[in-house]
Design a binder for this molecule. Structure first.
Ligand code: NAD
Length: 279
């Protein structure tokens, strides 16, 4: 069944290609599983040269192997802990040394601590501020001068539904990701005439290892089965299903394509209708 799905995936991407993606250099962070991996899979299928990064070198290598199995294409790996801004600088220097430029910077993040406000420690805040704010600033600063010189670039920030619909226990996610969305807007205004676009994505519930953890935690707390916990979340989503990492990848690849060159400074929800606010 999984194999069959993979073959369909390869066939689909060998027939349809987004405009302006082939041969471009893309970095996708936090990509050893879930959403980041799905984005990398789609971009490499579209003909991009993709660098994936995340903390754990072994998990990263496994992710690259999985992507190769599913798409027939190689991605390069480069370890980097987003909560350590010095790591981020080293990672970007290495990519630039190897390939000289970055066309698409796709900033996906690890999971911040999810807990009641008073249980969140100063260390939790510090490492999340490093990941969401400092690393975002360093990565963007590092690629921007070259993008300006070439008058071309795409930066996409992968945030969360919490930017539109803050939830209890999500103080870090809701507050720091909102800052990322605002930063994206400011950058889009400052560099609009340089051929660079900045957009952010607010995804809803996507089927990934992280969602699996949430379902397990909910099941334990409410003394129900994991299947029942999944079902309870699904019932809150108008589409009555979870999104897939590849659906996020498809949106990223569209935002990076030449068809999306006039889409700038926007925050796009992709959540099966979860967030009810209309604007
Ligand atoms: P996931 O657990 O499947 O993947 C997270 C990835 O981040 C892994 O590759 C992990 O190695 C990497 N990572 C974690 N901490 C890191 C760090 N400090 N530095 C570098 N890499 C790190 O989770 P996912 O569901 O793919 O989530 C990706 C992002 O999207 C997270 O920020 C998550 O909170 C957010 N998000 C997910 C959902 C969902 O339903 N899956 C919904 C809204 C927001």
């Amino acid at each position: 069944m999984g194999r069959q799905r993979d073959n369909v995936f390869i066939k689909y991407y060998s027939l349809i290609h987004m405009k302006g993606l082939a041969g471009k250099i893309a970095i996708v962070t936090a990509a050893s599983s879930g959403i980041g991996k799905g984005i990398a899979k789609v971009l490499v299928s579209e003909g991009c040269s993709v660098y994936i990064s995340s903390r754990d070198e072994n998990k990263l290598r496994k992710s690259a192997e999985d992507i190769k199995k599913e798409t027939g294409k190689d991605v390069s790996t480069i370890p980097c802990d987003l909560s350590k801004p010095d790591d981020v600088k080293l990672m970007l220097n290495e990519v630039k040394k190897k390939v000289g430029k970055v066309d698409f910077l796709i900033i996906n993040y690890g999971d911040p601590r999810v807990a009641p406000f008073l249980d969140i420690t100063d260390d939790d805040w510090d490492s999340s501020i490093n990941m969401f704010i400092k690393s975002t600033v360093y990565m963007t600063k590092s690629v921007l001068p070259d993008m300006i010189a070439r008058e071309y670039g795409r930066v996409v920030f992968i945030t969360s539904l919490t930017t539109k619909q803050p939830l209890e226990n999500f103080a870090i996610s809701a507050s720091l990701r909102a800052a990322v969305v605002s930063l994206s807007k400011v950058l889009s205004i400052e560099y609009a005439q340089k051929g660079i676009t900045f957009n952010s994505i607010s995804q809803g519930y996507i089927m990934t290892p992280r969602l699996e953890n949430i379902a397990r935690r909910n099941a334990e707390k409410s003394n129900i089965s994991v299947e029942q916990a999944y079902e309870a979340i699904k019932q809150t989503i108008p589409a009555k299903r979870f999104g897939t990492p590849e659906e996020i990848g498809n949106l990223v690849s569209f935002l990076c394509s030449s068809d999306a060159s006039y889409i700038n400074g926007t925050n796009i929800q992709i959540d099966g209708g979860f967030v009810k606010f209309p604007f």
